[in-house]
Design a protein around this ligand. Structure first.
Ligand code: G1P
Length: 275
């Protein structure tokens, strides 16, 4: 039902320098696939085949990854190596990719607003490729699309994190209306532990209704002088309703070295088991 998914991908990836000096962080591989490919596969599994990517300077490799490479196709056509391209070929056949550039880094809310031109007036998914999610049975976006189909409002994915980690996330407070589903009453971007309204941290998966664009336009800069999606969602929660969903599965914070290595081990193990 939701056809579009937006990938904010304009960041510099400074935490991984020098690896990200000439290469976008979204194409850094977890075993044999770029980070962003896992995200696009998750979106497509949820039925979102219209992929919008908000890029920036130095991100050409991203566009090339989802485009045909004629020399490569010519070289390996008809050889056993073709099997390595099966997953990326499926994405290229089944998805359309559109790109727009974010000229200045003014926060995640600003990146999402930059993507308005690719989305228009319909509900859409947002995936932050850094948060790599291995859903239990179904992908996290598929799980969230089900919640959207029932409640027709914006949905954020949450995870319980230790209090000493809470300052890295947007945090919600709310009342539980179903097992693992909360109606949001408060949201704070990257609070100190003593100010955090709970230990329910927002992770990089959102389903947003398109009125979020109008709200973002009115949202003043928040933490670090950036336009925060968390602030815009709080406005939406007060005017209407926003849900927080405790997803089923495992998340790896690939924006940190530790998470990146954990994800690498996890997906390597999966690949070995598949044979
Ligand atoms: C962003 C959001 C934050 C959210 C996080 C999830 O922060 O601003 O609310 O919890 O993504 O990964 P960033 O990690 O981009 O600093």
């Amino acid at each position: 039902m939701i056809k579009k998914c937006l990938f904010p991908a304009a960041g510099y990836g400074t935490r991984f320098l020098p690896a990200t000096k000439a290469m976008p962080k979204e194409v850094m591989p977890i075993v044999n696939k770029p980070l962003i490919q896992y995200g696009v596969e998750e979106a497509l599994d949820a039925g979102m085949d219209n992929i919008g990517i908000v890029t920036g300077r130095g991100k050409r490799a991203l566009e090339d990854h989802f485009d045909v490479s004629y020399e490569l196709e010519h070289q390996i056509n008809g050889t056993p190596k073709e099997a390595y391209l099966a997953d990326i070929r499926r994405l290229m056949e089944e998805c359309t990719f559109s790109y727009t550039r974010q000229k200045e880094m003014k926060g995640l809310g600003h990146a999402i607003l930059t993507g308005e031109t690719l989305i228009g007036r319909e509900p859409f998914g947002v995936i932050l490729a850094d948060d790599l999610c291995d859903g239990e049975d179904d992908g996290v976006m598929t799980q969230m699309a089900r919640i959207y189909a029932k409640y027709r409002c914006s949905v954020v994915a949450i995870e319980e994190v230790p209090m000493e980690q809470i300052h890295k996330y947007g945090v919600i407070a709310g009342s539980e209306i179903e097992d693992g589903l909360y109606m949001i009453s408060d949201m704070v971007e990257k609070p100190e532990p003593e100010e955090a309204p709970s230990n329910h941290a927002i992770i990089g998966r959102y389903i947003l209704t398109p009125d979020i664009f109008d709200i973002l336009r009115e949202t003043p800069p928040g933490l670090n002088g950036e336009i925060q999606i968390t602030d815009a969602l709080l406005t939406q929660a007060k005017r209407n309703m926003v849900l927080a969903y405790r997803f089923k599965g495992r998340r790896f914070d690939c924006g940190s070295m530790e998470g990146f290595v954990e994800a690498t081990n996890h997906y390597y193990q999966q690949l070995k088991e598949k044979g």
